[in-house]
Ligand binder design. Structure first.
Ligand code: SF4
Ligand code: SF4
Ligand code: FES
Length: 529
């Protein structure tokens, strides 16, 4: 149906409210400003804050845009004097009790109260009554701190807990100006998605213990990325400053994660700068001596170890364990390496964790679907062949195999003549390898990953590792060059690899790095996810 907003005609879907229709069009606060606190695109409608009032021609009173359904020919005004006065009135009422303590508030810089007070706030208070005194730094549970006097009772957090995780820990108690947000007695705010309440709280009342007072948000650069905690591939904003990731925030993608991420995924950014990162390429002597090595020296050592196996047992005795933490491009290079070698000995293992019906998927790695799409199967038969001696040299990406096969995998790999490991974090596997390459994590790489539903999404480098580390694809490429394998001439170029992958595999057609839209795109033949 047709409506007009400030004199401009738009085609909108039937049955949508005015705010939903503007959101569908991508215009809300992005061309058409209808300030709002209580409305959230992924929660039920509350209609309590009264800030979203608009004028509708033929309707005598102003109406709230969040709870007014569009009608054919509706003419809406969002910026005339009457609407502006109404917004000022609402802001004046809210600011009677809400302190504008932006200099000491951790939400400053991304707070809707700050923004709207700037746009619609009155310069002087007309009240003389003492301000409501309320509690500071209330501990709501393991992840969230609450500054009571900043709450404007929009009930977003209350609705979130009831409607999204379904845990309902929060409520608003007592009426009138004595109202307070609290947890139900004996029920701390503690669920797998609890930290989303800090994102949706439009003011600085709810903040996460993890990020609180770490850095002022205007120092953060916002880099779009993907959480790699599990196979869902939730879209995130990486908050980056000083070459360090300070936080993940959900990035809206209605085809993947809506506007939410789980707490564990949100906190998984700590893995990027963790103390157990492998912080440089290294050679390991038989006596357990570990020597830091340049990329060239490590490549030469890896190629020499693999070449010795090839000369003794032929190329079929070389195998590879792929990693569901590697990108599609890394995996494609590994596959090409095996093809050039003439080996079919390959597999991958994927760690699992506790899934749920909301976002968390059983596979606790970002790219198991990419491994499968590129033809890697289960690691178990490969480990059997290692045990039987048919495979004597192995190129291993990551240490995911320990998560599934544990010490059995270690025992099997102990018997290898050549073990080359490319990994980002320390593990028991490191001690077995003759050559260890330090790899980049997805937040440090350019590439694509494929989520559980076959959606291909892009990752871009947000930070540089503070030590020498390379993408698995580049490491494999260089080893292939050192072994004189055909098809690996010139420098490793991830964009060219991505294009080649899109040409070589029908499922990836049009899914190369440069062609992907920000929300990703499904593999051909995959369900849309
Ligand atoms: S704490 Fe924040 S989200 Fe919850 S009701 Fe108060 S203002 Fe709204
Ligand atoms: S559901 Fe998975 S991908 Fe999404 S935030 Fe959690 S760990 Fe990350
Ligand atoms: S957003 Fe409409 S009343 Fe709050």
């Amino acid at each position: 149906m047709k409506i007009t907003v400030d004199g401009v005609a738009y085609e909108v879907a039937e049955g949508r409210t005015i705010l939903q229709a503007l959101d569908d069009l991508g215009l809300l606060m992005n061309g058409v400003d209808v300030p709002h606190y209580c409305w959230h695109p992924k929660l039920s409608i509350d209609g309590s804050c009264r800030l979203c009032q608009v004028e509708i021609e033929g309707v005598p009173k102003l109406q709230i845009a969040c709870n007014t359904v569009v009608a054919e020919g509706m003419a809406i005004h969002t910026r005339n004097e009457r609407v502006r006065k109404a917004r000022e009135g609402v802001m004046e009422l809210l600011l009677v009790n809400h302190p504008l303590d932006c200099p000491i508030c951790d939400k400053a810089g991304e707070c809707k109260l700050q923004d709207y007070a700037f746009d619609y706030g009155v310069p002087h208070a007309r009240t003389r009554e003492p301000r409501r005194a309320a509690k500071k730094r209330v501990d709501l549970g393991p992840t969230i701190v609450f500054d009571q006097e900043r709450c404007i009772f929009c009930r977003r957090c209350v609705r979130f807990c009831r409607e999204v995780p379904g845990t309902g820990e929060l409520g608003i108690f007592v009426r009138g100006d004595r109202s307070v947000l609290e947890t139900f007695p004996g029920t701390p705010l503690d669920n797998d998605y609890s930290m989303n309440v800090a994102d949706i709280c439009p003011v600085g009342a709810l903040t996460t213990k993890d990020f609180r007072f770490k850095i002022r948000v205007w120092f953060l650069e916002d880099v779009p990325g993907v959480c790699t905690g599990c196979a869902n591939g939730c879209n995130v904003h990486l908050g980056v400053a000083n070459n360090r990731v300070y936080r993940y925030l959900p990035r809206r993608n209605d085809a993947v994660n809506g506007t939410w991420i789980c707490d564990e995924g949100r906190l998984s950014y700590h893995r990027i700068g963790a103390a157990d990162r492998i912080d440089g390429h290294a050679l390991h002597g038989a006596d357990g001596r570990r020597e830091q090595a340049s990329l060239d020296a490590a490549v030469a050592a890896a190629a020499a170890a693999l070449r010795a196996v090839i000369e003794r047992q032929g190329p079929g005795a070389i195998g590879a364990l792929a990693s569901p933490h590697a990108t599609n491009e890394d995996l494609f290079v590994l596959r090409r390496f095996l093809e050039a070698l003439g080996s079919t000995q390959a597999g991958f293992a994927v760690p699992t964790w506790r899934a749920d019906a909301l976002l968390r998927k059983p596979e606790a790695a970002a790219n198991a679907a990419g491994c499968r799409a590129l033809g890697f199967g289960d690691a178990a038969p490969l480990l059997e062949r290692v045990r039987g001696g048919a495979v004597a040299g192995l190129l291993v990406l990551g240490h995911d195999v320990l998560a599934t096969a544990g010490t059995a995998a270690l025992d099997a790999l102990r018997g290898l003549d050549a073990l080359v490991l490319a990994d980002s974090h320390r593990s028991a596997l490191e001690g077995l390898a003759q050559v260890v390459f330090a790899t980049r994590v997805p937040a440090e790489k350019l590439g694509t990953i494929t989520n559980h539903a076959g959606r291909v999404q892009r990752v871009v480098p947000a930070v540089e590792p503070p030590f020498e580390a390379h993408a698995e694809g580049e490491i494999v490429w260089r080893i292939a060059q050192a072994l004189d394998l055909p098809g690996f001439a010139g420098a490793y170029d991830v964009r060219a690899i991505s294009k080649e992958l899109a040409q070589a595999e029908d499922a990836f057609a049009g899914r190369d790095l440069d062609a992907l839209p920000p929300e990703g795109a499904p593999l051909h033949g995959a369900g849309v996810g």
